[in-house]
Design a protein around this ligand. Sequence first.
Ligand code: SF4
Length: 256
Amino acid sequence: MKKQAVKPVRRVGASPEGEVARAIAATEPVAVKKRSGKTKNPLLPERVAAILDALEKTYPGAVCALNHTSAWELTVATILSAQCTDARVNLVTPTLFKRYPTPKDIAAASLPELEEVIRTTGFFRNKSKSIQGAGRAVVERYGGEVPQTMEELLELPGVARKTANVVLGSWFAIAVGVVVDTHVLRLSRRLELTKETDPVKVEQDLMKVIPETKWIDYSHMIIQHGRQICIARKPQCADCTLEKLCNSGDKTWSSH
Ligand code: SF4
């Protein structure tokens, strides 16, 4: 039997109606039509501006979640964050940076000892080689200071565009690209700002549609949104500030 379309319930803030809507959304079968890619022109500057505006109101002052006090610490923390949560990295880095405070210290460290300190971040053998290699390169080529250009950063072991963009954007406030991590990739696709799946191509798409002045903040805000609301398996659409702008096929609730 064909399923009856259920009239969606409009969310009304934290009011009783809103609570009812969320309760229904949580218990009813998905009441939204398959609508992926249904926005007439998802790349219209007005739409992109509305997305950025909503994100800025919801996540004012969003910053990188990796704890750090220098460009070097941020470089190391970002290398360690591959395939690992920021929370886990933040548990490991205090010990790491206390034991090896500078690039020179990590460059001279015993690899097995380094591996032991960062073991819980996963892929610890490769990551140890990367951060030690990066430490050596920073000492030998840049006098112990993390370089400030994309080209130079990409020469460091373990550093690809994502890490370089994190360091340039979050520490040096230099926007040469957009950080594309798992959240940015997933949400940018849900919001139809890209159809690509390769992070480098996603970044190129985002750089075309997002104003350069917002490149750094977009990633910070969208990462928070991906962690708190637009969760991979069960997006909390009834509580989403972007809901009216979103036509993702993954929606669990819709007002339009
Ligand atoms: S409406 Fe749902 S799918 Fe769309 S951005 Fe919000 S939480 Fe994600």
